[in-house]
Design a binder for this molecule. Sequence first.
Ligand code: UD1
Length: 419
Amino acid sequence: MGQYIIEGCNKLGGSVRVQGAKNSALPILAATVAVGRPCIIHNCPDLSDICSTVKILESLGCEVHRGNNMIAVDSSKLSKKKISDVLMREMRSSIIFLGALLSATGEAVMSAPGGCDIGLRPIDIHLMALRKLGVDICEKHGELRCRCRKLRGGKVVLPFPSVGATENIILASVKANGITTIINAAREPEIVDLAMFLNSCGARISGAGESTVVVEGVERLYSSQYAIMPDRIVAGTYMAAAAVTGSTIIIEEVISSHLVPVISVLEQAGCKIEASGSKLRITAPHKLKAFDRIRTMPYPGFPTDCQAIIMAVASVCDGITIISENIFENRFRHICELKRMGADIRVQERIAVVNGVDCLQGAFVRSTDLRAGAALVVAGLCAEGVTTVDKICYIDRGYDSLAENLSALGAVIKRKENI
Ligand code: UD1
């Protein structure tokens, strides 16, 4: 398990290119199983979660070749319907293989998924929805055994717009008999990316990005090449890095419409943000101002994945910012680490009151999950002295070449492998 060693208080400058979106790449790679023909996916970031996904694909019998940000998957050789417990535990999105396998073979056997410890993360909505589509699910001895001769379309009403459940239903229904209508679907851009990939393979999915998604089952899908969209959370992280260091940087390969709530918060903090085409320039003031209360919400609300990162920004703003986490019940674990760096944050249940300080101080801190780790890196960039961010294996789940990219912008950050 490695560490990042960061010497803070260095100005950033220049430009950085944003990687492909992890949360699109993972379901799209799983979706290649449902396609059943060779597919080539471009702009795949180099992440440990992508390696875990490739391991699952190979364990199912798919042929996988990796090139420069490209992954070719031939799922016509699919020979297994079971994913081992060890592979399931590596990440949360392993659960998306459930819909993909059911679509491909009518059967799937797996245990509960793992992933970052940010809350209970149940899968009840996934299972309820699949049962509605006629899947017979038996949960015994920690294993899910799912079976269905031919999935049948139907109307599924989600009690909460779960991203993963929406993806699983789309995958399960893409080759089902008839039409599936998902009511209260998640509207995240990653859902749109998945639907666009599947439609490029011949699927008939409409309404992705809206709260009603309609999937008209097709007989078969075809080979396709597809490029993953840019990662909005990684873009938000580089924006936060510029904000806390009072810098001007250009972020390339951005879809700024995906970043509206993050841009709005950083503008309130005093940053000037200019978007033009796929580029975005952020110019931060010498001292940031506290911003209005932030409540994490499903898209298009403020993303929970940017909550920890924006809290690192709030820690050095002039004034008090209130941040409530409404999506995951255990997503405040970065707070005690930020406090080690001198942040003034009080917590009551799911609400954090952040009283900005003049400057954070470098300290030894530990990532507790992917975005918490990224927040500590952002904090380290503006802290006085040296910050050691431990357990960066969490950061490796979602950030491709983070230290290299920040170094190219002028940060002093080194990766140290442990020990
Ligand atoms: C996805 C993202 C994650 C992001 C989250 C919310 C991926 C790989 N991960 O996670 O980065 O933080 O969306 O934007 O795309 N829930 C249930 N029952 C269910 C499913 C979910 O109660 O069956 C609850 C969860 O516990 C959580 C909330 O719904 O409180 C949101 O979860 P969901 O939208 O499903 O997130 P993920 O798909 O796991």
